[in-house]
Write a protein that binds this ligand. Structure first.
Ligand SMILES: NC(=O)c1ccc[n+]([C@@H]2O[C@H](COP(=O)([O-])OP(=O)(O)OC[C@H]3O[C@@H](n4cnc5c(N)ncnc54)[C@H](O)[C@@H]3O)[C@@H](O)[C@H]2O)c1
Length: 290
């Protein structure tokens, strides 16, 4: 059987960082034989060290059985060579560093090494898959599969089709996301930020505008989002959680693509980033995290 009608049994995840490690564990937990490739082999041990306590926590809370956790780790393996991993895969989820030339090189190699039926997806937040179509030489088997951080827990997956993605590819990727326990949404056309980051960007923009105009403090803006809109976090808290460098990067990418000054990075956020205040991960952003 060729093409995406073939059932997905083996998955290759490219990149074992914050996203790739959890995405690969999601696949292993759902029963897929999962291989992971990273250019930095030390990432493998780091990924395992991050995953073990997370799964132990799930077992402790009764959300996962001990034997299922062990079986998932047994289904997960690391490969030393991208081409080797690609040769066995029915579907690839690329979660490598967010740089176009890095991803184009990966998709060029995947396009050559993977079997003809293999679907190629990218978890990129800002690079739509049409940027990778020429490199992969299989645009109909290509789309974005955008997970959210932390991927083990966040339910949304945005499946973003490029103008050439086939209906069968879309259906297979939606089905895969459901089988991972996610609630996928379909983005029918490539737009910067897809759905979630656009919604988040709109709320952040308004919050930053209110703060800059002195209308309210950031604490009161966050409180309003939580208590009036029922958001679990206010926009400033969320920016600190995501990372202010990431927030800035998403704006830069959108601005680079649209040229619309409304999409340009906010100077208040840029100033914090320049001062090394990146949010929770650096101990300080809008708020302090002692
Ligand atoms: N962090 C988030 O909140 C988030 C959320 C959704 C999507 N994403 C997307 O996920 C992707 C990865 O982000 P991350 O936060 O996991 O980054 P990360 O820096 O934690 O991990 C990236 C990994 O890619 C590896 N890598 C670099 N070049 C490679 C190559 N040529 N082949 C294989 N591996 C390579 C690095 O060694 C690193 O381990 C990016 O495209 C990003 O846009 C990130």
């Amino acid at each position: 059987m060729t093409g995406p009608e073939r059932p997905v049994e083996r998955i290759l995840v490219v990149g074992a960082g914050a996203m790739g490690s959890q995405i690969s564990m999601l696949c292993a937990l759902a029963g897929y034989r999962t291989e992971v490739f990273d250019v930095s082999p030390q990432q493998y041990e780091a990924a395992l060290q991050a995953l073990r306590p997370r799964l132990a926590g799930m077992v402790e809370k009764g959300r996962l059985r001990e034997e299922d956790s062990e079986a998932a780790f047994a289904r997960l393996s690391f490969v030393a060579d991208l081409d080797d991993g690609a040769q066995h895969a029915d579907l690839v989820i690329e979660a490598a560093t967010e740089r176009l030339e890095v991803k184009q090189d990966i998709f060029r190699r995947l396009g050559m090494a993977a079997p003809a039926h293999t679907i190629l997806t990218s978890n990129s937040s800002t690079l739509a898959s049409s940027h990778l179509a020429a490199a992969s030489e299989r645009p109909e088997l290509l789309c974005n599969m955008h997970f959210f951080n932390p991927a083990l827990h966040m339910e949304c997956v945005e499946v973003v089709r490029n103008p050439n993605t086939s209906d069968a590819t879309v259906e297979t990727v939606l089905q895969l996301a459901r089988s991972l326990g996610k609630k996928p949404v379909l983005v029918r056309r490539e737009v910067p930020g897809f759905i979630a980051n656009r919604l988040m960007g709109a709320l952040q923009k308004e919050a930053l505008g209110l703060l800059a105009a002195g209308v309210a403090t950031m604490e009161d803006i966050d409180t309003t989002a939580r208590t009036a809109l029922n958001h679990p976090m206010g926009p400033f808290e969320l920016m600190d959680f995501v990372g202010l460098d990431v927030v800035n990067f998403i704006s830069e990418a959108a601005y680079g693509e649209t040229g619309n000054p409304d999409d340009a990075p906010d100077p208040q956020v840029s100033a914090l980033v320049q001062a090394g205040k990146l949010g929770r991960k650096s101990g300080e952003g809008w708020y302090r995290y002692p």
